[in-house]
Design a protein around this ligand. Structure first.
Ligand code: CAA
Ligand code: NAD
Length: 279
């Protein structure tokens, strides 16, 4: 099976890694050449670390990277069985890519989106293959997190759904099945929680460190909500929080002004070297 991944950022490089590690041939595509170079380095480090820990031959780790073709072109995706899109969380940009792929790819190709919460139904309807469009939502960091949410749009076929469920199983991850709805399941619950932590900070109730310490030691979370926001990327988090508010129209999902302020300043979390913390 040939897997295409579009977008080699925080999520795309991890998705390419787990697919190649499972033995699939992978094409990793990004408009930004430097992003591809960074992705190759990240995958190399993460596979090496994983194989060392598992006591596997390091020579085997190099085979994982060799199964990934890095490219700035969409054309190598023509005969892919599944293309997983992991680009910026903007509906218009994702639709444009899906429409371009629709003209390029063979009829068999399934288009999966790693969107954090945009409508799979709307993405599907923007193509001539809504039956072969599905949500495949991985979690960050992809090589570590066990879950993939599989989201069915209004016209996603049973065949498409079954192929993706099997693909998730074949890479050693667990799936949950979801009917298309804003932010699906995990983010619908997680994003308001992170937002609340940012409101608590913005209201001057406690420091960044103490809010995170509170949730780690008081609720047994592996990392605090503000460290998690930095890991997700504050720009991505803002897009996702805006989707929840816009789609539901419910003011309980209002976006914390402090989140907007950080994004406007270019403080995007780990990926830019500064967010709630300095890296
Ligand atoms: N890539 C690959 N492996 C990584 C990694 C990365 N970016 N970061 C950490 N790891 C691995 C480490 O190598 C380590 O592996 P071993 O235990 O096998 O040695 C393991 O993860 C634990 O790492 P650390 O001990 O360094 O740090 P930690 O104990 O804090 O664990 C963590 C790291 C697993 C990421 C943990 O902090 C955690 O679970 N955090 C919460 C993650 C989470 O909630 N993710 C969801 C984000 S929301 C989302 O993804 C959806 C969305 O649409 C926005
Ligand atoms: P990112 O900003 O880290 O990376 C996005 C990459 O896509 C960049 O390298 C960029 O150059 C590339 N790109 C942008 N437009 C492109 C195009 N037209 N063609 C090819 N490449 C293009 O973003 P990310 O955090 O990896 O998020 C990607 C997607 O995954 C988003 O939909 C996001 O909501 C979702 N997601 C993110 C997380 C997270 O924790 N960051 C978790 C789950 C899902």
């Amino acid at each position: 099976m040939k897997i295409g991944v579009i977008g080699s950022g925080t999520m795309g490089n991890g998705i390419a890694q787990v697919m190649a590690d499972a033995g699939y041939d992978v094409v990793l595509c990004d408009v930004n050449k430097e992003a591809l170079e960074r992705a190759a380095k990240t995958i190399n480090t993460n596979v090496g670390r994983l194989y060392k820990k598992q006591g596997k031959e390091l020579a085997e780790a190099t085979k994982v990277l060799a199964r990934i073709e890095f490219t700035t072109e969409l054309s190598p995706l023509k005969d892919a069985d599944v293309v997983i899109e992991a680009i910026i969380e903007k509906m218009d940009v994702k639709k444009k890519v899906f429409q371009e792929l629709d003209g390029l790819c063979e009829g068999k190709t399934i288009f999966a989106s790693n969107t954090s919460g945009l409508s799979i139904t709307e993405l599907g309807a923007s193509t001539d293959r809504a039956d072969r469009v599905v949500g495949m939502h991985f979690f960050n960091p992809v090589p570590v997190m066990k879950l993939v949410e599989v989201i069915r749009g209004s016209d996603t076929s049973d065949d498409t759904y079954e192929v993706i469920i099997e693909l998730v199983r074949s890479i050693g991850k667990e799936s949950i099945s979801i009917v298309d709805a804003p932010l699906f399941v995990v983010n619908r619950i997680l994003v308001p929680f992170i937002n609340e932590a940012i409101f608590v900070l913005g209201e001057g109730i406690a420091s960044v460190e103490d809010i995170d310490k509170g949730m780690m030691l008081g609720a047994n979370h592996p990392i605090g909500p503000l460290a998690l926001a930095d890991m997700v990327g504050l720009d991505t988090l803002l897009f996702v929080a805006e989707t929840l508010l816009e789609e539901t129209g419910d003011s309980k999902y209002r976006v914390p002004p402090l989140l907007r302020k950080h994004v406007r300043a270019g403080h995007l979390g780990r990926k830019s070297g500064r967010g709630f913390y300095q890296y």
